[in-house]
Design a protein around this ligand. Structure first.
Ligand SMILES: [Zn+2]
Length: 317
């Protein structure tokens, strides 16, 4: 009886530590190390059910404050992320980072700055420029439409401080190192954030696991491959993708890298044989069996091959 009561208490306290999104799941910060935590978001696209929550907000808990990486895709999601932070620490948020310009990662800034107005939010200079030059408005509108109004009231709230490659940023007791070794990868605005103390790398959408997303107009798959090799060579303990589960390099970087390398290989072969993208697709698909259950695979594979082929053609010119 005593045991049952204990079990009940435990399960109730576990429940109270999660943010429940009706019909989607329970979300809380998963512990990677003594100081690093990640809330692994749903794998879909923004929609009414997930309310625009689909990324992996991360936190580092320092001696006197919390540093947040990518606080979510809407004002409301940002508030929930902060609520979850408050359940594990009473320390204030003292700084934030945004990995790139796509709004599902940074529109939660609004909630952070509302509650902690003096916080510095760091991002790539190009991210800040593009966000202010229309991307912020674009993403606010897009997410409001896709969530059927769940994000209403979200206002694009821009990062305050521009970073540079290999910059060291000290926030209280915690040290961070910024990595953007190429001018473009997932976008032209990506930074990867290394938390030195816990040997954790937050890769943003240069990396994904169990989910495939779009390669937009400013992306570069060949550079994305370079960046993933660079990240692996940093030899860190924890790798946090923009979407999907975190892990070591083997489990959290190699899968996406492997996917891109297969596309590159098949697109190269197809290019030499003068094949069109749709003719290359069955060859690639055959080698991608282990990716077929990744969210977005069916929707993205053809587009990804098209993009890879275009890059190979232009490299050959
Ligand atoms: Zn994303």
């Amino acid at each position: 009886m005593k045991r049952l009561a204990l079990l009940l208490t435990l399960s109730i306290s576990t429940l109270s530590h999660a943010w429940t999104i009706e019909g989607v799941g329970d979300y809380k910060f998963d512990k990677l190390s003594d100081s690093a935590y990640v809330m692994h978001g749903p794998l879909g696209e923004p929609n009414k059910q997930n309310q625009g929550f689909m990324n992996n907000p991360g936190i580092i808990i320092g001696a006197h404050g919390v540093i947040v990486i990518d606080p979510g895709g809407t004002y409301q999601v940002g508030q929930q992320v902060i609520n979850e932070i408050k359940k594990i620490t009473d320390k204030p948020i003292v700084a934030a980072f945004n990995t790139h310009v796509h709004g599902d990662h940074w529109l939660g800034n609004q909630a952070v700055l509302e509650q902690y107005p003096n916080v510095k939010i760091y991002a790539h200079s190009q991210m800040i420029a593009e966000a202010k030059d229309g991307e912020g408005e674009f993403w606010t509108g897009l997410i409001e439409r896709l969530t059927e109004g769940a994000s209403k009231g979200t206002i694009a709230t821009y990062p305050t401080d521009a970073t540079s490659h290999l910059q060291i940023i000290n926030v209280g007791s915690e040290q961070f190192k910024i990595h953007n070794p190429t001018t473009k990868a997932h976008t032209t605005t990506d930074i990867m954030i290394e938390h030195v103390g816990s040997k954790t790398l937050f890769l943003g959408d240069n990396d994904m696991v169990h989910r495939l997303g779009g390669f937009g107009g400013t992306s570069d798959m060949h550079s994305n491959i370079k960046v993933l090799n660079y990240a692996t060579n940093l030899n860190l303990n924890h790798y946090v993708p923009g979407h999907g589960p975190s892990g070591d390099a083997e489990h959290a970087v190699k899968p996406y890298l492997g996917y891109l390398l297969i596309l590159q290989d098949e697109a190269r072969k197809g290019y030499e044989e003068d094949l069109a993208d749709y003719e290359i697709k069955p060859f690639a698909d055959k080698r991608l069996a282990e990716y077929r259950d990744w969210h977005g695979y069916d929707a993205q594979l053809g587009r990804h091959i098209n993009k890879m082929l275009l890059e190979i053609e232009s490299l050959d010119l």
